[in-house]
Design a protein around this ligand. Structure first.
Ligand code: PSU
Ligand code: MN
Length: 305
């Protein structure tokens, strides 16, 4: 079989030396944050992971290859190209075969991480069941991916642009465990409390690693959501963010935004409507997730499969 994987020198060296590696997605860079803060944040997040004793592997589709680990130039190109394609499971063969520039979502990054033998993946927020999904059928492919692909995903929960309750129900149906770090509740990205509980609170990387190893050793394929709340000092006020999300959702409906455009539209509007404050929260929570993910990768590394 042809290998589509292309490892950066740093990631190749980590593989050869058997070091813990943490995957990072790229849609958050191309469609989740504005340039140049996106590129700056991507670099900082990588450094947080290095400082915690693991090796970062940002994943993107470039030149017909799944690039695992990006150079400075590749990161810059991805972050500044308006035509980078948002790549989920469905889009992966198209973007590879056509050698287009692609930024991977949570779903596609999980697929690529598993192909590359990487067990831990850090992001900001995962996709989920959209509000009104009973008529729109809009459920992120991220959830199906979590059901079948064996990668632990560290995130700050899901934004309330989604129906958080239905997202958790969907994950339960598909047997995807939702862990919480440092609190019993499932976080809502910009805020620490969604009003819903996670399945299991596991605070230490060792406990999280033991849980994840046990699941996979049982032959229970699929992902694990490791939800890590935004640090309190960077969280937004629930009333403020709720009002803004409400407005953004109304505009999306008014402008008949559909399909893969929905999530990027909402993210961009939220950023504008908060005057950039949501961006500061977003950056803080991704960095915090990077720390938790790196520690988890180190702990998993000590518990060989
Ligand atoms: N949620 C966020 N930030 C993001 C995304 C989601 O808070 O950047 C991105 C991720 O890449 C996620 C994707 O996998 O959006 C989900 O898109 P959709 O809802 O179209 O499946
Ligand atoms: Mn969708």
């Amino acid at each position: 079989m042809q290998s589509f994987l292309l490892f950066s020198p740093e990631v190749a060296a980590a593989r050869a030396a058997g070091k813990p590696i943490v995957a990072l997605e790229s849609t958050i860079i191309s469609h989740g944050m504005p340039y140049p803060q996106n590129v700056h944040t991507a670099r900082e997040v990588e450094q947080v992971i290095r400082d915690a004793g693991a090796v970062p592997a940002t994943i993107a589709i470039i030149g017909g290859k799944i690039c695992v680990g990006l150079s400075e130039d590749q990161l810059e190109t991805l972050g500044s190209s308006p035509d980078a394609i948002k790549v989920s499971r469905r889009d992966l063969p198209y973007v590879l075969a056509q050698a287009r520039l692609g930024a991977t979502t949570v779903a596609a990054t999980m697929i690529c991480a598993e192909l590359a033998g990487i067990e831990v993946f850090v992001t900001g927020g995962i996709g989920g069941v959209h509000r009104g999904a009973e008529t729109s059928f809009d459920i992120s492919a991220d959830l199906q991916e979590l059901a079948q692909t064996s990668v632990a995903v560290v995130c700050a929960g899901v934004k309330s642009i989604l129906d958080i309750g239905l997202t958790l129900e969907y994950l339960e149906t598909h047997g995807v465990p939702v862990l919480a770090v440092g609190q019993p509740g499932f976080p809502a990205f910009f805020t620490r409390d969604s009003g819903f509980k996670a399945d299991f609170q596991l605070d230490s990387p060792e406990e999280q690693a033991a849980f994840i190893r046990t699941k996979w050793q049982l032959g229970l394929k699929g992902g694990v959501v490791v939800s890590n709340p935004v640090p309190a000092e960077s969280a937004m006020a629930p009333d403020e963010i709720d009002a803004i999300i409400h407005q953004a959702l109304g505009e999306a409906q008014q402008q008949a935004v559909t399909g893969k455009q929905v999530t990027p539209f909402l993210l961009a509007r939220i950023k504008e409507l908060t005057g950039g404050r949501s961006l500061a929260t977003n950056i803080a929570l991704v960095k915090h997730n990077a720390l938790v993910g790196a520690r988890l990768a180190v702990a998993l590394h000590h518990k060989a499969a």
